[in-house]
Design a protein around this ligand. Structure first.
Ligand SMILES: [Zn+2]
Length: 387
């Protein structure tokens, strides 16, 4: 199983996946060809993805798994990726000795996983793999309800998210970006990177300094990260305070872990694709980098994130300017609206004292309504029934 270049009659080239008899793997080929032709991705991008997918298919073949359902054991695959050399362990060399450095680092593993998520999503959309596969690769959405109408592609999920967002939120004067405002800004984003940044602010609740300070090794976007040397369950991002060249600075002294949902994972995947297309393997070790203006590949600054919010508010013709802080308030309030407790909000914001989290809460009017509705009614009618 390996990546293989294909030249089409038009002269365009892309990479596909072939097995040991040089037979093209149909489903992988469909995915890669579409990436190149329909989506206009670079040949080098299809090469990177073909390599990722061929590793996955090779693992499936060697371990007797069906690729359509093998995603159940993604943790084992990550382990295999980490320790199995390029020949796929053909010569029996599977695990280097204790203390030996891993064969692939986290950044490389994350790239392979991105390719596989995109490949499997494509297969599910084309009914070549069962729909539950998506729930295995993307954490199922919770009640925090930022709709992603803008996202396209995975139709079923999109509808469900839309349906969840039927409650109309009235205009408020409080310091919280409303979901409608965030969606309007999201629709005005001109790149996958900007969409990812907006989600990091509004759905993960990061401060601009924390987002700008993320490194490529900080996202652990698999259900099981043990093979990456991390015991935390589910997709998450590590927020770590470091001295950064771009002066990005996490306000919290301690490091903490932020669970993320599948919307963030998907936005990350799309950004990873975009970054790879524009920069290849290059660019700095920072997660968020300049893609559209020089110096290319240099880390995005904290100030640039603030400016992004400003121009998005402007382009979306909002009545007011949404700041990164208002996005963070929106995230905290959405968690609370979905039933999150104060201590949970506090932990998610990376704060030391529950009191600090309290200022971030702006309950939705619909939640206040529900709070009233939850109070049991006195048995007035039943008394009449008794008579
Ligand atoms: Zn982790």
């Amino acid at each position: 199983m390996r990546a293989f270049p294909v030249q089409m009659p038009s002269g365009a080239r892309y990479w596909t996946v072939v097995d040991d008899e040089l037979q093209v793997i149909i489903e992988a080929d469909r995915f890669l060809r579409e990436l190149r032709l329909a989506r206009g991705r670079a040949e080098t991008t299809t090469k990177a993805y073909a390599e990722g997918v061929s590793l996955f298919l090779r693992w499936c073949t060697r371990t007797g798994r069906d690729w359509r359902t093998a995603v159940r054991d993604m943790g084992l695959f990550v382990l295999w990726l980490r320790w199995t050399p390029g020949d796929g362990g053909r010569r029996g060399v599977v695990v280097p000795g204790p203390g030996a450095p891993p064969v692939r680092g986290e950044s490389r593993i994350n790239k392979v996983l991105t390719a596989i998520r995109m490949f499997l999503t494509h297969a599910v959309v084309n009914k070549a793999a069962p729909a539950w596969v998506l729930e295995q690769i993307y954490e199922v959405g919770d009640d925090r309800d930022l709709p992603m109408d803008a996202r396209g592609e995975s139709g079923g999920l999109r509808q469900r998210l839309r349906a969840r967002h039927r409650v109309h939120e009235p205009e408020t004067t409080i310091d919280r970006a409303s979901d409608e405002e965030i969606v309007a800004m999201f629709l005005e984003c001109r790149s996958a990177r900007d969409r990812f940044i907006l989600l990091l602010l509004s759905r993960v609740g990061l401060r601009p300094g924390q987002a700008a300070g993320l490194r490529r090794c900080d996202p652990h976007l698999v259900m099981d990260s043990r093979a990456l040397g991390c015991n935390i369950e589910g997709a998450h991002v590590h927020v770590i305070r470091r001295q950064n060249v771009n002066n990005a600075w996490s306000k919290s002294k301690k490091s903490w872990v932020m669970p993320v949902d599948f919307l963030v994972v998907q936005a990350f995947d799309q950004y990873a694709l975009e970054r790879h297309q524009l920069l290849g393997e290059g660019g700095s070790d920072f997660l968020l980098v300049n893609l559209f203006r020089p110096p290319y590949g240099a880390p995005v600054t904290t100030g640039a994130i603030g400016e992004l919010c400003e121009s998005l508010s402007h382009r979306a013709r909002l009545d007011r300017q949404i700041t990164p802080r208002m996005c963070r308030h929106a995230m905290a309030s959405n968690v609370a609206d979905a039933g999150g407790r104060l201590d949970e909000v506090q932990a998610l914001l990376g704060q030391k004292h529950p009191g600090s989290a309290r200022t971030y809460l702006h309950p939705k009017s619909s939640r206040l309504r529900e709070a009233v509705d939850r109070v049991p009614s006195p048995r007035l009618s039943s008394k009449e029934d008794d008579q």
